[in-house]
Design a protein around this ligand. Structure first.
Ligand SMILES: [Zn+2]
Length: 637
């Protein structure tokens, strides 16, 4: 098997379980619009910022000490190396997108340092080399050695694909040889505390064609569910996805990021084996997540305690954990489910999660990051240092920032798939798409407007099918080909399929009606009772203090029956559509100094009509700190 030199994060060209084939990482180029802007900020601000933070937080010094180039103590948490690898992976995708001498030089300096920190036997982990020599592989529940190895592998594969340079891949393969010598059938069995190695080994198999890497990924997945880890007072096997075997799981549970990295790895294994029971259990778990454990933003992980999923319908707004990495993990999993099945519901969740849960994790400047993403904030400082209403330049546990960087750098990967039978468009954005034998321009103001115009710039002579996702939130989608309305309607998989002999200059106009609307939540969710949220297409909105001076956000109610007014504001928050709603400011002064009182003892005070100004949730906390809420109490008329 020869992998393409320029594949993206996932390469399914040869995958027997893949219904859809991923394209070259350079196939999709954003061309103006929201994603072009966010990608430019990621490249020009976030990546240089990340490199500075890796220096100041000690990640690079840890590697220097491990390499014997510096003396001192290890700084930070056990998984510090993984942030360096995620940065390198992001840089690789950026270099693939637009070559950069500066990024090449920075990357090569880091790769040289990583090489120097590697042991003679291939082992590579600055924490165990510097802080706990002689104790490698002794605490798999918490040590993150295989997790860091997984991120090294992903970075190495990405770097080779982007540049053709094998150096980082050689380092990763030496480490993987060292891992093979310790773990596997007939050798040591284990359950690792943090899934990640599985998806990385599958990608390494795709890149190298070496079957033993796929087998080791399967071995690690098969070890799950034996209750080996998570036995102390605050952990449990469920927290570590070690309660039930992978193929018997019916729900997502425990640490949200770990849970979804594991399902991602399992989905990767399915793509390479086509093993039906694996897809069945993954489908069950995915369905369980979206039906009972998902925030409207696409965020996952309801509990601060153990960063975990809660019970079904346990989705508090203000105490939401919703780690940015959880959203990214959800996207990685849904992407593989989409590749496996071709079903639009997975692309729908990718879209929702991307525009809301993940994009909220980074400031518009690209240099400030949320770890925790609540759906309501009272605007006060958060003393646990992970939540609150202000993003931070970096975190003591800094998994999220470089994770956002690598996702944004590789975002084009998630837009389209294709092979000789046709091209499938999963995400809409102003972009150029170049697939084998086909090139088209996508013009749209998405996500602010649902009209998408696709112009074929090149096409093969034989007939092929253009498949266009109809988002689950959309009703009344229509499509015209060269000005003529077609009768096509979405197939059960959620795509409009247009099959014909295309010619250069053909124009397809897709219209996805996108009215601003109020949505309600399942009545069993406690935190959203009596409230509505505002959505515009894939975007979830919120109201924020900065747009309501002199008013307490908690005193605002919405008249959900009144029409919503949308207005494009190019100078607000890098350009957003603001949605205005009719509402009321209620008088809560009778409650001063009281938390509880007999019903009827405080007649409702006068209420004042107000206009609520809602902004996209992703853009909150980019002005002065203040309160915010997604779910707005519904006024009793
Ligand atoms: Zn994180």
């Amino acid at each position: 098997m020869t992998a393409k030199a320029t594949a993206g994060p996932v390469e399914t060209a040869q995958s027997p379980g893949a219904a859809l084939k991923t394209l070259d990482i350079r196939a999709v180029t954003f061309d103006g619009g929201l994603w072009a802007r966010r990608q430019a900020v990621n490249r020009e601000a976030a990546l240089p910022h990340g490199l500075r933070m890796l220096e100041t937080a000690g990640n690079l010094d840890n590697l220097r000490i491990a390499a014997g180039r510096k003396t001192g103590r290890f700084r930070g948490r056990v998984f510090m190396d993984s942030d360096v690898y995620k940065w390198l992976e992001a840089a690789a995708f950026e270099i693939a997108r637009v070559p950069s001498e500066e990024l090449r030089t920075s990357s090569e300096t880091l790769i040289e340092l990583v090489a120097a920190a590697q042991g003679d036997d291939g082992y590579l982990n600055s924490y165990y080399t510097v802080a706990e020599p002689g104790r490698r592989w002794t605490d798999l529940a918490h040590g993150h050695e295989l997790y860091c190895a997984g991120h090294l592998i992903q970075a190495a594969v990405a770097y080779r694909r982007a540049t053709g340079d094998e150096r980082l891949l050689t380092i990763a393969r030496r480490f993987v040889d060292c891992i093979h010598a310790v773990f596997g059938p007939g050798r040591r069995a284990t359950t690792d505390g943090h899934a990640e190695i599985e998806m990385a080994l599958v990608e390494l198999y795709r890149e190298t064609g070496e079957r033993r890497h796929l087998d080791l990924a399967a071995f690690f997945l098969d070890q799950r569910g034996r209750g080996r880890i998570g036995q102390n007072r605050y952990d449990s096997p469920a927290a570590f996805q070690d309660r039930v075997p992978v193929r018997e799981a019916t729900t997502v549970e425990g640490h949200a990021v770990r849970a979804l990295y594991l399902t991602t790895g399992a989905a990767d294994l399915y793509l390479e084996t086509g093993e039906t029971p694996l897809l069945e259990t993954l489908t069950r778990q995915w369905q369980d997540m979206v039906e009972s454990k998902l925030y409207i933003t696409g965020g996952v992980g309801a509990r601060h305690l153990a960063e975990s999923f809660g019970q079904p319908y346990e989705l508090p707004s203000d105490l939401a954990y919703g780690e940015t990495c959880g959203g990214i993990a959800s996207i990685m999993w849904s992407w593989r489910m989409l590749l496996a099945t071709g079903h639009a519901r997975y692309a729908d969740l990718i879209e929702r999660t991307l525009y809301n849960a993940v994009l909220a994790g980074v400031s518009l400047t690209g240099e400030q990051y949320f770890y925790v993403n609540p759906l309501a904030s009272n605007g006060e400082a958060e003393h646990l240092h992970r939540g609150g209403c202000q993003r931070k330049a970096w975190h003591f546990v800094a998994c999220c920032p470089p994770n956002v960087m690598r996702l944004l750098a590789s975002l084009g990967h998630y837009v389209a798939t294709g092979d000789a039978s046709g091209l499938q468009i999963h995400q809409y954005a102003a972009a150029h798409v170049v697939a084998p034998d086909v090139a088209l321009r996508m013009e749209t103001a998405y996500p602010w407007d649902g009209r998408v115009r696709l112009t074929l710039e090149e096409t093969s002579a034989r007939p092929w099918t253009l498949a266009l996702r109809v988002p689950g939130w959309c009703t009344g989608a229509s499509v015209r080909v060269n000005g003529r309305e077609t009768t096509s309607s979405a197939t059960p998989s959620g795509y409009l399929r247009l099959e014909r002999a295309w010619t250069r200059g053909d124009v397809v106009e897709l219209d996805l009606p996108m009215p601003a609307q109020c949505v309600a939540a399942h009545p069993w969710i406690e935190s959203t009772r009596g409230c509505v949220a505002i959505e515009l297409g894939p975007l979830v909105y919120c109201i924020e203090q900065a747009d309501h001076p002199g008013t307490r956000i908690a005193d605002l109610e919405i008249d959900a029956a009144a029409p919503l007014q949308s207005a494009w504001e190019p100078d607000t928050l890098d350009g957003v559509t603001v949605i205005r709603a009719r509402g009321w400011e209620v008088d809560t002064s009778a409650w001063r100094h009281r938390l509880y009182r007999p019903l009827g003892s405080a007649p409702p005070g006068p209420r004042r009509p107000v206009t609520l100004n809602a902004i996209p949730y992703y853009a909150w906390a980019n002005r002065e700190p203040g309160a915010m809420r997604v779910w707005i109490p519904r006024a009793q008329n």
